[in-house]
Every structure is written in C-alpha cells, then in structure tokens.
Write a protein that binds this ligand. Sequence first.
Ligand code: SF4
Length: 551
Amino acid sequence: LSLSTGDFSALESLFELSAARCLEDQVAISLPSLRAGTLTPRMLSLMAKLRRTGATVAPEAGSARLRAVINKGITEEDILAHAARLFESGWQSIKLYFMMGLPTETDEDLEAIADLAVKVLQCAPRGMKRLGVTVSVSTFVPKPHTPFQWEAQIGRDETLRRLDVIKARLAPFKKISIKWHEPRMSWLEGVFSRGDRALAPVVERAYELGALFASWVDMLDLAPWEQAFEDRGVDPHPYLEARPLDAPLPWDHLASGVSKTFLLRERERALEGKATPDCRYGACTRCGACSEMCGEPEIHVPGVKPRVNLPEPEWVASLRENAPEVELNAPPKAREELTRRDGHYRVWFEKTGPAAYLSQLELANVLERALRRSGLKPSFSAGFHPMPLISFGWALPVGVESREEWFGLFLREAASLEAIGSRLDSALPEGLHVTRVEGLGPGKKIPQPVSEEFLLTYLLPGDEAARRVAQWREFMASETFPWFSVTKRGARTMDIRPLVISVAERSPAELAITFCWRDNRYASPLKLAAAVNEGISLKDFTLTKLRQIFE
Ligand code: SF4
C-alpha cells in the first residue's frame, strides 16, 4: 500500500475487513515506511498472520532536534516502542529509512542515525536467529511546494562524506547493514526536482547521447548528462543551490492550494525547530488548502473543506459485524490445502509494447496479481513464506519484446486449457497476451529450450546499418570471439562465438539470429548484440524474440 496509508483514519477497520480474505488467498499486506505508532497491536498481529513482508519504519532523521525541523511528529520512544512491537509480532528484520543532508543537519545528527539504529536493534528479544536492522539513507532532495523549496541540496562529495560518518559509527555492529541511494542519482534528481524549462532541451540531448534507463543504478552514467548540459549551455549547479526567498520560482504559476505565505512561515518554524501540529487532530494552521477554514487571502480552491476524522459510518459498522472472524491464535491454515497440485501447465504469452519494460521480477508480480484477478487457484510452496508455484525459462532482457514467452504454473484446482488461457488473458495488462496453454506432467521439471531465435532490427541510416550487419558477418566468419564483461560475480572473459548458431539477413537492416543455450551456457542477447556491434546505443536497434527451439 502507499506511503501515506498511515494517514488514512479508517485504516484499522479497512485492515480488519480485508484480513480474512487475504489470509485465505495468501495475500500479503505490506505497509511501506509507516509513521511509527500508526499500527495498532491488533493490526500488527493480523499482519504477522498474513504472508510476511519486510517492515519499514521511517524516522527520516536520527535526532529529535532534526525530526522537529522536518515536522516529523514522532519521538524516539514512539520509534522504539513500534520496533519492539514488530519484533514481538515475529518480524526479525526491520528497515529504518532516513534522509541525509536535511537543512541544519550536523555530524551529530548523522551519528544519531546510527545510534537510533543500535537502539532499535537492542529492542529485539534475545536469541533471534535472523535478527537484522537495515539503515537505508537517501540524500534529501528539496521539492517545489514545500517549506524547503528554497534550500540547498548537498553535493556528491559531501553526501559521501556524511555517509562515511554513519558507516564509521555503525562499523562495530555486524547485525546492522547500511544501504544508500546512489549519490549521482540524487544529484540528477536534485537538478530536475527544482528545474525549469531550460532543462527540456537537456533531456532531449541526453536521450540523443544514449542516456537511457537513468533511474536504474546499473544503467546510470552521468557522462551523457554532463555532455548534454554543456551542449545546451546549461549550468546544472545553480539548480541545487539555495534560492533567495523573494526570487520568482519556476513553479510559482502552479497552484497546489497551499499558500507561499504558509510555506515561508513553516520554513521559519522548521529552522527554529518548532513543530506544527497535524490539522486533522488540532487547530487549523491556515495553510490555504481549505477555503472555509483558512481565511488566508491566497485562496485557490473555493469550497474545499478539511478532511477530519469523522465517526465510523453505519455501513462500515455493519460490514465489520458481518466480517468473518479472524482468530489471532488459531493454528496456521492447513498447508496441504494451499500446496495441493491438481494441474501443471505451460502458459505461452507475448510480451510486447509497454510490457517489454517489465523486469523479470516485475513480470512475476504482474502474473501473480493477474492469477488472483482471474480466479484461478495457484498452488503455493510450503515453508515460512509461501509463494505461488510459477517458474520461468530464460529471463528476457528489459526492453526486448517477445512473441514466444512462457511460464510454468501449478494449480491446486485443475481447469481446462481454454479456461486458463481466457481467464488469465483477460486479467493481464497491456502488452501481455496469452497465446496458448499446454498441459505438463506432474513433475516440477519443465523442458527448457536449447536455442532461441531473435529478430534484430537496426534503426540506423543505411550506411551505418550496413556497417553493423558487416560486423555480424565478420563475427560468424571468426573461430572465436572473446568477450570481456563485468558481472556481480566479478570480471570474466568468455568466448561468445559458440553462442550463435546462425545469422540470416532478412533485409538490409534486419537479422534473424539464432542463439544456442546448450549446456546451460547463457548470456543476455542484448549484451551479445552490443558486444558484436561494439559501441552501439540501445536506441539504435530493437530486439524481438521470435521463437524458442526445444530438443
Ligand atoms: S484545516 Fe485546511 S486550511 Fe487549515 S491547515 Fe488544515 S488543510 Fe490547511
């Protein structure tokens, strides 16, 4: 659920009403980055009964002083009590989310991040086997329409220095790990967060220079961005600096409803460390959003009333009365029911258009949700964290389309091949389309393809496409083709020539390439294409899987 779930005042009744159904279908409810104290003990117990996902708490700042500056409204006691309840309810690892580089931050505030993580760790009962606390830190990026829209953002070097302060303080604690948002990414986000129209040509130029998928750390390369800033004559640094309070801002013509007068007042209070209470539970602080309460001269939205905590309506009360009882202390639902395997299938599908940009992990999530919507009953794995029994063939690289993908599926209630195909197809999002379903034997093993055929299409002028095609001819004429790559397991050199069986020229700019994946030797076809056509940009060609070939 969303980041602001904890602000929904009817969360507890909604949660109770959904829990029985979620329990039945092994649906996890995950509440990311909740404000400490928003989960009641009963909600925590219910969540613990469902498929357990990670628990994230967002203190955002380590010291009470800095939490007051950002108006976080939670005390250290709240955070520790929340962590203790999570541990008592069975969570063994907790993620704590913090920001670094907040206005007025000092090294003491950074050390307080580490100290708070240690105190959270100490809330765990003794003897927890998989106990762990993860400190996740992002660089603060000032945003428009907030009290900090005039503040400076810390630079990349300063980000690394501040990270070191936290790391050094946490070094003795082996059960606390630290993760951080890539500082180069935060730098780029900072430029665009408070950018203006001068940046539009920079985005276009960076795209031309091959800056694709920049929000993925492994694809982030600042070189084309820096080149683009230079080519378009834009200095990125002023975008990260503090802005004069009376300077016109690029978003001044956009009305969010909250007045600039209020933002200035809040900024002043923040810098003095004065908290502003939440108007849902206290007095109106005249932000300008509700015309009837506010009385501020800058009223942008007439007729908007504040959303306050109202008494529970009758219909919710009646739903609650009729909801199936969830017995917290009941033994876990019989595993045999969920793990039963009544049918085994291979579902063939196409992955095209926007779906080509779903990663393998995202695809697995999409399919799991589509299965629920379709009403089909997947079998689950046994164990602590039951998962639907879905398996895949070779992972398709992101951005590559496929006319022939498949996944293996066990159902705990068998259905006809037609019913599986049509029910699943109607539950899939744009770009995913079931083409056929075949029945498989009861064993877990599914035959894998020994080779696959792809269509490589160059989006280049004739001469350039011809040069790239010639490189493939040379490749096929060679005996070996050593390819150096760096993977998570380190650097390696591999002969990729045996991985290509044939290359057929379908047109001057189209090649049908058959790759060989025998003996479990596999490399991403996208990377193989980039290895043969050295220096080619991802936007200069497309790759589509045409078919899979079995023994
Ligand atoms: S009651 Fe309305 S105008 Fe007053 S602080 Fe809340 S949202 Fe703003």
